[in-house]
Design a protein around this ligand. Structure first.
Ligand code: ATP
Length: 311
């Protein structure tokens, strides 16, 4: 869909995906407090939709659209990352305009799936189209990186490596279609606490780089099994140390037929790898019988932030 076909939209809706990290390698903490990362992101089929409309003043509202979304945890003030994204774009262009932002949310909050980052990326693209700003891709990526480490990937989508803090995104060829059961968790797990435990337990004194064989498995998939051996998250032991119940989720998923399991980002969401859509649904069904009923079946890779409606 091209903006030129809709020259003066009143509002624009952009859809942005949740992400998983199919690989997350973490190095030693840097003097600035950040940990250097090497990660492989994959955008998956769980989305937030952001609609922006020209307005006198900035505002942001959330409509809860997913059964696992805790609307009360989402700020409606200047700390909402979607609003911060809007202000940052306007500041870059030296404009004085404002917009109302409505976030229709299906990505769980603080679940390690970068839902806030998706909203920020969607807002950048939506406002760029609403006001025909024609912002260059590298500028959008740079504004995104200033907002948060995962925001550039939400713009790009697909499957990509992330280096630096995760904000330096490079698309990789992914010819597979991967199925996952996402197991959400009611109780939050703070990202700094997981990194703190990681520093104590492991410290990052190891080779955390992405294995070239993993990128090869993504490029020429013979089947999910090829990738499964490379799925890895350096933060998993730290998260399991803080939250032993997450290890029990992993054990249950394996018993229910998962090819392997993985902590999503810094948790507490867990991922169970499946070999097909049917397999994923069967695993989710068996997990529900064991009391793990906060799940979603998703696939990846999917597109990054993209327009779904001009009105
Ligand atoms: P990441 O994996 O990048 O750490 P996450 O998925 O764990 O992200 P988010 O859902 O992005 O976590 O939210 C993290 C915190 O950011 C929330 O606790 C919430 O208070 C705040 N927040 C600000 N703006 C938003 C937004 N638009 N949607 C969700 N949370 C937001």
């Amino acid at each position: 869909m091209s903006a030129a076909l809709f020259p003066d939209p009143v509002s624009v809706t952009v859809r942005a995906p949740a992400k998983i990290n199919v690989y997350l390698g973490v190095g030693k903490v840097r003097p600035d407090g950040f940990h250097p990362l090497e990660t492989v992101y994959q955008a998956v089929s769980l989305y937030d939709d952001v609609t922006v409309t020209d307005a006198e003043e900035w505002s942001v509202t959330t409509v809860v659209d997913g059964i696992h979304v805790d609307g009360a945890a989402i700020p409606d003030d200047d700390t909402n990352i979607a609003l911060r994204a809007g202000r940052a774009l306007v500041a870059h262009h030296g404009l004085e305009c404002a917009a109302s932002i409505e976030v229709r949310k299906s990505i769980p909050v603080a679940g390690g799936m970068a839902g806030g980052s998706a909203d920020a990326a969607a807002t950048l693209v939506a406002l760029d189209r609403l006001w025909s700003l024609d912002t260059a891709d590298d500028v959008l990526l740079s504004i995104a990186a200033d907002l948060g480490s995962d925001v550039p990937f939400a713009l790009v989508g697909g499957t990509a490596t992330g280096t630096g803090r995760g904000e330096i995104v490079t698309p990789v060829e992914d010819n597979g279609s991967w199925w996952w059961v996402v197991v959400f968790n009611e109780e939050g797990l703070s990202t700094p606490s997981v990194y703190g435990a990681y520093d104590l337990l492991e410290g990052g004194d190891h080779d955390y780089r992405i294995r070239p064989q993993m990128l090869e498995a993504l490029r020429a998939p013979e089947g999910a099994e090829d990738l499964v051996v490379f799925l890895y998250n350096d933060l998993e032991d730290a998260a399991f140390y803080l939250r032993p119940d997450l290890q029990r989720v992993a054990e249950a998923a394996l018993e229910c037929g998962a090819a392997t399991t993985l902590l999503s980002g810094s948790g507490p969401t867990m991922l169970a790898a499946a070999t097909s859509a049917e397999d994923a649904r069967a695993i989710a069904g068996r997990l529900a019988e064991q009391g793990y009923d906060r799940t979603a079946v998703v696939h990846g890779p999917v597109a990054g932030a993209h327009v779904v409606a001009y009105q």
